[in-house]
Design a protein around this ligand. Structure first.
Ligand code: NAD
Length: 366
């Protein structure tokens, strides 16, 4: 099987879908690997690293000519689509639910496409789950970014000149990113509090040393491990329960998402105005509209002395690790889907069924 890896073309993107280490593992299994020249340079992988791992380095056009399976991180764009042919099998994040035009364009080419972000949230798919591997890094990086923007340190520090009290960190949303944010802020010595609409997250937050802020969630059942959109009543109860901690917090990290929908607004401008002077909000949901009413994607907004930073760029900013983990997810996925270097096309199997969005030009999932 011939696998081609394309250089990411999205602005600001620094990751690459295969690392040299995983290239070597695939090569040793008998896969032929073609890497677009300089595809790994922003993750600090040299072309020579890939060559030593057994890959052939070539041009973008040749990748489309030589490879059957084409791998990326970000969705295939219009320039890619010009070169896609019916025998190609595409693998990337496709966000198919919110990108009907892309799925239609792939179908019109007669090609086949798997979407990495459609991976089912089941135990045996954990090692192929790119949302988890990337959001985990985002949770870590959000704390580091917050620490950089703050004018205070995290830990309690006893010095001859006096005692510095620890910073207070509040985290909204205890999913993959939120849990890593809790762990990172705790390691740095902060006092950490966290809240989530799903009550099963209480134990997870507490096991990492955070105080869980409970909000009565009667009538707000989750679905398949994911939160549903919160009611106005819940949002009101949440504000009442969280406000005291919010107004004392030095750093707030928001990670709350509802799959397929705009992110819920959990912090209003009115609340921001009541926060401490110098407090920082890192809104990791800014790409989905933001959890804070005033946040703007990739901008720093200052309201009454509070810095609000809307971002999604976290995994890209740790591109070496992010690429390594994405590559491991891809490796596990390819091994799962194939036998003797050929696709099994086992459509009865849940992981294959959920991720195979287009097959030979026929759209399977909406
Ligand atoms: P996500 O990114 O969709 O959302 C982040 C968090 O925001 C969630 O915990 C959600 O409950 C919370 N949230 C949503 N609306 C909220 C609101 N109004 N107020 C407060 N919090 C709100 O979630 P995720 O990180 O993708 O994880 C979702 C679930 O899937 C978790 O239970 C996670 O452990 C699980 N998971 C399972 C697997 C697997 O088994 N393969 C892999 C990854 C995640």
């Amino acid at each position: 099987m011939k696998i081609g890896v394309l250089k990411e073309s999205q602005k600001g993107e620094k990751r690459v879908a295969l690392s040299p280490l995983i290239t070597k593992k695939l090569f040793e299994k008998g896969f032929e690997i073609y890497i677009e020249k300089s595809a790994g340079e922003n993750s600090l992988y040299r072309d020579s690293d890939y060559e030593e791992a057994g890959a052939s380095l070539t041009t973008r056009e040749d990748i489309f000519k030589l490879a059957q399976v084409l791998i990326k991180i970000n969705p295939f764009d219009n320039e890619d689509l010009k070169l896609v042919q019916s025998h190609h099998i595409l693998m990337s994040q496709l966000y198919h639910k919110s990108s009907p035009e892309l799925i239609k364009a792939i179908s019109e080419k007669g090609a086949t496409a798997f979407s990495m972000d459609a991976m089912p949230r089941i135990s045996r798919a954990q090692d192929m789950d790119v949302l988890s591997s990337q959001n985990n890094l985002a949770g870590y990086k959000a704390v580091i970014l917050g620490a950089y923007e703050m004018t205070k340190i995290f830990p309690l520090m006893m010095t001859a000149a006096g005692t510095i009290t620890p910073s207070r960190v509040l985290i909204y949303g205890i999913g993959v990113a939120g849990l890593q944010a809790i762990a990172t802020a705790k390691r740095l010595g902060a006092v950490v509090e966290a809240t989530d609409i799903r009550s099963e997250t209480k134990e997870q937050a507490e096991s990492l040393g955070a105080k869980f802020i409970s909000v009565d969630n009667t009538g707000e059942e989750s679905e398949g491990g994911y939160a549903k959109e919160a009611s106005e009543e819940y949002k009101k109860r949440q504000k009442e329960a969280v406000n005291e901690s919010l107004f004392k917090a030095d750093l707030v990290i928001t990670t709350a998402n509802v799959p397929g929908r705009k992110a819920p607004v959990l912090i209003t401008e009115e609340q921001v105005k009541q926060m401490k002077n110098g407090a920082v909000i890192i809104d990791l949901a800014a790409g989905q509209g933001g959890n804070c009413e005033v946040s703007k994607l990739n901008e720093k907004v200052i309201v009454n002395g509070v810095k609000v930073i809307g971002t999604t760029v976290a995994p890209e900013s740790v591109s070496t690790n992010a690429s390594e983990l994405y590559a491991k997810n891809i490796y596990n996925f390819i091994i799962h889907l194939t036998e003797d270097l050929n696709f099994k096309w086992d459509l009865e199997e849940e992981i294959t069924d959920e991720t195979l969005i287009v097959q030979d030009g026929v759209q399977r999932k909406n």
